[in-house]
Design a protein around this ligand. Structure first.
Ligand code: BGP
Length: 482
């Protein structure tokens, strides 16, 4: 267990987080192939983004330039150093390394880019925290193989993981395999799964069955990568990455309580496999009941056992509530087989309807720690907002400070009062980047403002927001001082 004291653990990893396709731009530079994220159109709060079949002329793809971190990372890392970051979480863009995913040889220019990036971070005293696949795979693997529903992707991923873990074995200690692997069952739509597994559904597909198959293939690929990583460098800390959104019972009706725990189970399924190395009984029962015909072998089950993770990385933004009742005060948001997700009347939401709930973070830390007894790493947390630049050039984002302060306080309570082992905290979008969900540039999370709008106009100039000095002080003082 990490040493506790009145403040945060001494070696606590205060940081910031981003993902390759949301920050780098340079989508076709130096031999990079297209990734599934590069063919996502711009969306907005009301209408979601779409995966297009390749890059269509005349269409705007916000990830193509993003904030051009690919060419400006030195300037940005200078600001991260000034901010005091001890850790910087980003992902490696798989299609920079294997442009088509199934190439025989890796792309040296892509490997070199991350060599330089990690060197620059280390030179500035910042620990890289690396996700192998953050909501993107090489587009050719989606087009030619159908994404992760195809078992062949297991081997392609493992080869990619082995290549980069070998290459950066002396530069990177903290790894995670698939970003928010556990939100697929809740986010697939009519057409496809739109996060890591990138599956396009075919006519007649049972969508849940196909998504579970793709998820299983990813879990097997992840476990194999963990095993290989540990053989490359036993000091590696390799984690999984979950999206945890606590689901409260809307009423104290016992059926609502049951519905809430069943909904939580859908998300815990993934960390149960990653941490315990076996498929939980509740999942096996469901698959049997639904008549799912899933493909996995004895050898796969052994891989799951041998490749359990060292820590659990997770994102936390909000909570939701669920009910089985018909006479609601709250408005139904979405129907699930078990129950309805509804608004929580005790919470306020941001402009995108994400309900702000710092106590939910403490609740989550406790629940996850009690379930697994493994170190936890909060690798995403933050508040998306429309920031404005005042006439004096200042960006007064006190709402962001308020959000983060409340969450840091909750995290501190979980550590100091409840004894939860938390390794670090990397708030999302340390610098403004493209929003994954809406594709907007103007849904901002950063401490550093980037001059660019939803249409792609702007100078890309960086500017510190008021929250910059606040977070700098938090890191300097290793927590909030009263
Ligand atoms: C998480 C993703 C991130 C990030 C974040 C905020 O789900 O891991 O990639 O984008 O959410 O979401 P959004 O960008 O939609 O506001």
């Amino acid at each position: 267990m990490t040493q506790m004291n009145d403040t945060f653990p001494k070696d606590f990893l205060w940081g910031g987080a981003v993902a390759a396709h949301q920050i780098e731009g340079a989508y076709d530079a130096d031999g990079k192939g297209l990734s599934t994220a590069d063919v996502l159109t711009a969306g907005n709060r009301e209408s979601p983004r779409q995966i297009t079949q390749g890059v269509l002329p005349g269409q705007y793809y916000p990830n193509h330039e993003a904030i051009d971190f690919y060419h400006r990372y030195k300037e940005d890392i200078k600001l991260f150093k000034e901010l005091g970051l001890k850790a910087f979480r980003t992902s490696i863009n798989w299609s920079r390394i294997f442009p088509n995913g199934d190439d025989v040889e890796p792309n040296e220019a892509g490997l070199k880019f991350y060599d330089d990036l990690f060197d620059e971070l280390l030179k500035n005293g910042i620990e890289p925290v690396i996700t192998l696949s953050h909501f993107e795979i090489p587009y050719a693997l989606y087009e030619n193989y159908g994404g992760f529903k195809n078992r062949k992707l297991i081997d392609f991923f493992v080869r990619y993981a082995e290549t980069v873990m070998n290459r950066y074995k002396d530069k990177v200690t903290y790894w995670m395999t698939f970003n928010e692997i556990n939100n697929q069952l809740d986010t697939f739509d009519e057409l496809h799964t739109w996060t890591n597994s990138a599956v396009l559904f075919e006519e007649g597909d049972n969508k849940e069955e196909v998504t579970v198959q793709a998820s299983l293939n990813e879990l097997i690929a992840s476990a194999k990568a963990v095993k290989i990583g540990k053989a490359i460098n036993p000091d590696f800390q390799i984690g999984c990455m979950m999206a945890y959104v606590p689901v409260y019972p809307y009423a104290c009706h016992p059926k609502d309580m049951l519905a809430s725990s069943k909904m939580m189970e859908r998300r815990f399924f993934y960390s149960d496999v990653h941490v315990r190395g076996e498929i939980p009984i509740y999942a096996l029962k469901r698959w049997e009941r639904e008549g799912f015909d899933l493909e996995y072998t004895e050898e796969d089950l052994l891989s799951l056992k041998e490749g359990t993770v060292d820590y659990i990385g997770f994102s936390y933004y909000m909570s939701t509530a669920v009910t089985t009742l018909d006479d609601l005060d709250g408005q139904p948001i979405r129907d699930f087989p078990e129950a309805k997700v509804v608004g929580n009347p005790y919470l306020e939401a941001n402009d995108w309807g994400w309900q702000i709930d710092p106590d939910g973070l403490r609740y989550t830390l406790n629940t996850v720690y009690q379930r697994y007894n493994k170190p936890l790493f909060i690798v995403e947390n933050g508040m998306g907002a429309y920031d404005t630049v005042d006439s004096d050039g200042k960006i007064r984002d006190d709402y962001r400070v308020e959000y983060l302060e409340a969450h840091i306080k909750a995290m501190h309570e979980a550590i100091a009062i409840d004894g939860v082992d938390v390794m670090g905290y990397t708030p999302w979008g340390v610098i403004d980047i493209v929003s994954f969900g809406s594709g907007e540039m103007e849904k901002r999370y950063g401490f550093i403002y980037v001059d660019k709008d939803n249409q792609g106009n702007g100078t890309l100039k960086r500017r510190k927001k008021e929250s910059f000095a606040w977070y700098q002080k938090v890191i300097e003082e290793n927590g909030l001082q009263d």
